[in-house]
Ligand binder design. Structure first.
Ligand SMILES: Nc1ncnc2c1ncn2[C@@H]1O[C@H](COP(=O)(O)OP(=O)(O)OP(=O)(O)O)[C@@H](O)[C@H]1O
Ligand SMILES: [Mg+2]
Length: 406
């Protein structure tokens, strides 16, 4: 992209990846309430475990990292589960490996020896030590004959035992339980996701660490309402992360300005008109990842066509429509329902909706649940009735569907 078009000196940070590096944390905005709560759990010396829940791209990872990254050399370890080999048992291996690496980085007594034990224990079971990242920890020592013999005498150890030992070593060294942030569980296959809690059971009952766990699953109600839920029996609290609230465009502007301004040259001018900020908030539906994705598309088209700034909403809408980013997700049945809801919110039991679409109530229920999930409609209460209303994103999607698909 021609950054000169924007009056910037270099590429701004519009990556859709989480904020993970110290220098990226400056882009973090909002979430004061959640940060305040999370900070308490960061600072407590009690070994308790916390869930952070929220839909994709709302900022779960970035939220925890905002507090955690500055403590990476003290007591914070992020485990990225999407790096695990996705087989039974591999998750504990990944956690053990990362903890050993943390221990070695902090020069904790015994960590290096445990790293050796781990490597040989894995070598025995997999016959492929080179495949295991633990090799990095004890580089240069694996091949030492003496080291091999010494380690073999100490064997057999299994991952769980080594994990227990490194946890004790870390806790004794830092004098409080470390924070183990188990992240990106949703990037694993469904079957593995089902068994994660079982796989990390030893960690959750060990009393030697604090586990923070992120999930896209809507478990808030289960956690709060069901005392028998598996989450209730292992986690102390849940921090639900909601969508960024619509704010007449000011939140979109705040998020983007934070990213443009550090790169601003002499001719910098914020590129979007006020109505475009509102449009960006509407179509992103509270997801910062979507906001950044859409912004990148619009800016690259605007710079390619040397469009005059500020970029107006018609241009932004045209770019996203032409890229099929708005309307590709709806089917003709869904379109029919949305077209009627455009006039007023209705419930699946409403006669008008049934007569105009010729769908039965059960079908309407299914289709509306799907539309809710996609963020094109939302439930609202009117007295005792629950109605479905088109969201601001739904309105843009409808418009785009009519232009590009009819
Ligand atoms: N508070 C924030 N301020 C500014 N940008 C943010 C904030 N939170 C998240 N982002 C941005 O939003 C995007 C998504 O964030 P993140 O990866 O943390 O979400 P997530 O909820 O962990 O997603 P997933 O469910 O896919 O794991 C990233 O590009 C990140 O830079
Ligand atoms: Mg994440």
């Amino acid at each position: 992209m021609a950054w000169e078009y924007l009056g910037l000196n270099k590429e701004p940070f519009l990556s859709i990846n989480p904020l993970l590096m110290q220098e990226e944390l400056a882009y973090f905005v909002n979430r004061e309430k959640e940060l305040q709560l999370l900070k308490r759990y960061f600072d407590t010396n009690i070994s308790q475990h916390i869930l952070i829940s929220g839909k994709a791209g709302l900022g779960k990872t970035s939220l925890v990292c905002y507090l955690g990254i500055p403590r990476e050399n003290e007591d914070f370890i992020r485990i990225n589960l999407s790096e695990s080999k996705q087989q039974e048992g591999q998750i504990l291996d990944l956690i053990t490996h990362d903890l050993l690496e943390f221990g070695c980085r902090l020069k904790i007594k015994g960590a290096e020896n445990l790293g050796e034990d781990f490597l040989y224990c894995k070598k025995e079971t997999e016959e492929m030590a080179g495949d295991i990242k633990a090799g990095v920890i004890i580089e240069g020592k694996v091949s030492s004959k003496k080291g091999t013999e010494k380690t073999r005498r100490r064997l057999p150890f299994d991952t769980e035992q080594i994990l227990g030992k490194i946890l004790v070593a870390v806790k004794n060294h830092i004098k409080h339980p470390p924070i183990i942030f188990i992240d990106e569980s949703d990037h694993l296959p469904e079957s593995t996701q089902e068994t994660i809690l079982l796989q990390i059971e030893s960690l959750l009952v060990s009393n030697k660490c604090k586990v923070f766990f992120t999930t896209r699953k809507e478990i808030e109600n289960i956690f709060l309402g069901d005392v028998n839920s598996k989450y209730r029996s292992r986690f102390t609290d849940i921090i639900p992360l909601g969508p960024i609230k619509p704010s007449a465009g000011s939140m979109a502007k705040l998020i983007l300005e934070k990213r443009f301004e550090p790169c601003a040259g002499e001719n910098y001018q914020y590129p979007f008109a006020e109505e475009t900020n509102i449009f960006l908030e509407d179509v992103s539906n509270g997801s910062i990842r979507e906001l950044l994705r859409y912004t990148s598309f619009i800016l690259s088209e605007a710079s390619a066509s040397k469009l005059l700034k500020p970029i107006n909403v018609d241009f932004a809408f045209k770019v996203l429509s032409e890229k099929q980013l708005l309307a590709s997700g709806i089917e003709s049945k869904e379109y029919q329902i949305m077209k009627i809801l455009e006039l007023k919110p209705l419930s699946p039991s409403d006669k008008i909706l049934q007569e105009k679409t010729l769908f039965k109530r059960a079908t309407l229920n299914i289709l509306l649940t799907e539309l809710d999930k996609k963020g094109f409609t939302q439930k609202i209460c009117e007295g005792k009735k629950i109605l479905h209303k088109l969201t601001p994103k739904g309105k843009w999607v409808l418009k785009s569907y009519e232009i590009t698909r009819l």
